[in-house]
Design a protein around this ligand. Structure first.
Ligand code: UDX
Length: 461
């Protein structure tokens, strides 16, 4: 069939930080732009490009182009670097040069770039955008609440190590130290990452746009506070319209996976389960559970009444108790990766035991799935605080003095959501937030209007 030549309003280069949890929202945002007649070129590192699985059902790459830059580790990626610090230094040295080469190439291609949308974890692309005279839009992948905390650390308004037992920040409920991101409450834990998250604010004042992966109604007070400083626009949730808005045909999954998926097996199994009967368990793409924690979780799932679908990434598989998978086939399915959106949208799923990564949180909010929060590190503790106390869409599993969630607690938390009285209130709240998320991305909704405004100003330049 002959290809129809599309007419575009503008051309955006979209550059995520090379991690699954950052590629997903920026790829989803790219699809939204593409749908609104903006040409998008998604840029990844060469290593990611060569190793990613492209979903066979993803139609996005028929119109979204893929290009690469270098982080200095084209063979082997981040795992080959001596340390996170060494990787980041290399990326900030080699990245700008190869990004500039790409922009040169595209400027002579007949479809020059108007705007660079770049991940806030890397401030350096803004200098490249300025050099080329194009719009620089920084994209914050995490919640505005978390951004607010890092901003206060960056400005020295929240001093580390923490000394107060109650932390008061504008637009946020009173927080205890353990509600803050792990890099903040445990300063020595990962200094390189602390530098990254604080560095997000090093040149944000010079960005033309500050795009936030959230929706206004979800974080109203923090967003209002941020809007006093920067040209903030909330654009989330970036969930494919297939799930939130049935008017549009969209693809089945995110489109790019850094892990090989067993999704067909998941869907087949879920299709055989009763409505609302399954507990979905996943800890995202990066968290590494303590071996003892993995065992407690496994036995907790086995002991509970509900069936479960548990994602255990290949690198974590050795921590699952021996024989557990074979002996639990009646009760649960363990897979190494799935299309999480499709799973969360499935009517059989009644609860999500999650590490509270921001994407997982926003996906559950948008699909109305109640949560059992088991935060592990980075921003997840703050997300868990909001899940339980602000949005009231889940419970938080309590840890013992060793920081482990024990078998009984796993079982009780799941039971509370699936069968308890509190579970009913939580389900009602989850449905309320689902509806608000849908409205935000619908015609005339807060995020939809913000994206339209962003595009309109690009077009006027
Ligand atoms: C990391 C941090 O943990 C997170 O807190 C931060 O906001 C982004 O970077 P990650 O640990 O991967 O992300 O968690 P999360 O943010 O939840 O992102 C995981 C993504 O992978 C989600 O979009 C989820 O839908 C997807 N996923 C996960 C799958 O598609 N299949 C799976 O089996 C598991």
């Amino acid at each position: 069939m002959e290809k129809v030549q599309r007419v575009y309003k503008a051309h955006c280069l979209v550059l995520p930080f090379p991690l699954q949890g950052h590629i997903n929202p920026l790829l989803q945002f790219s699809k939204l732009l593409d749908h609104k007649q903006v040409k998008v070129t998604l840029v990844t590192t060469r290593f990611i490009y060569n190793t990613m699985y492209r979903g066979s059902s993803c139609t996005a790459f028929e119109s979204i182009s893929l290009e690469t830059i270098s982080d200095g580790y084209d063979e082997g990626g981040r795992a080959k670097a001596e340390s996170t610090q060494a990787y980041l230094e290399s990326f900030s040295k080699v990245g700008p040069q190869t990004l500039a080469e790409l922009l040169e190439k595209l400027s002579g291609s007949g479809c020059p770039v108007d705007c660079l949308v770049y991940d806030s974890f890397m401030p350096w692309p803004l200098d490249v955008a300025k050099k080329f005279g194009i719009v620089g839009a920084v994209f914050f992948t995490q919640s505005c609440a978390v951004d607010n905390i890092y901003y206060h650390v960056n400005k020295g308004l929240l001093k580390l190590p923490l000394t107060d037992s109650k932390i008061l920040l504008p637009g946020m409920p009173p927080l205890e130290p353990l509600d803050l991101p792990s890099f903040v409450y445990d300063v020595g834990y990962n200094p390189a990452f602390l530098e990254v998250v604080i560095g997000q604010f090093s040149n944000v004042d010079k960005a033309d746009w500050v795009l936030c992966n959230t929706f206004y109604e979800l974080e109203e007070q923090v967003v209002d506070w941020m809007t006093d400083f920067w040209p903030v626009r909330t654009i989330g949730p970036t969930i494919p319209s297939r799930y939130l808005d049935k008017r549009l045909e969209d693809d089945k999954d995110y489109g790019v996976n850094l892990f090989k998926s067993n999704n067909d097996a998941c869907m087949k199994w879920l299709n055989e389960q009763r409505k609302g009967s399954v507990v979905y368990v996943s800890f995202g793409s990066a968290a590494q559970l303590d071996g003892e924690q993995m065992e407690e979780l496994a036995w907790g799932l086995r002991r509970g009444k509900s069936k479960f679908l548990w994602v255990v990434r290949e690198l974590e598989a050795a921590k699952v108790p021996e024989g557990f998978i074979e002996e639990t086939t009646e009760k649960g399915l363990v897979v190494s990766w799935c299309s999480q959106l499709e799973v969360l949208a499935h009517e059989a799923v009644g609860c999500f035991v999650t590490h509270c990564g921001w994407n997982s949180t926003l996906e559950a909010v948008s699909l109305g799935v109640p949560l059992v929060a088991m935060p592990q590190w980075t921003d997840q503790s703050t997300n868990a605080k909001y899940i339980r106390d602000v949005w009231k869409i889940g419970v938080k599993a309590q840890t013992d003095e060793k920081g482990i969630v024990r078998v009984g607690e796993v079982e009780n938390c799941i039971c509370e959501i699936m069968e308890g009285k509190r579970g009913k209130d939580i389900q009602r709240n989850a449905m309320k937030w689902k509806e608000l998320a849908r409205k935000a991305v619908d015609e005339g909704g807060s995020s939809n209007k913000n994206i339209d405004e962003f595009i309109a100003i690009l077009v006027k330049r």
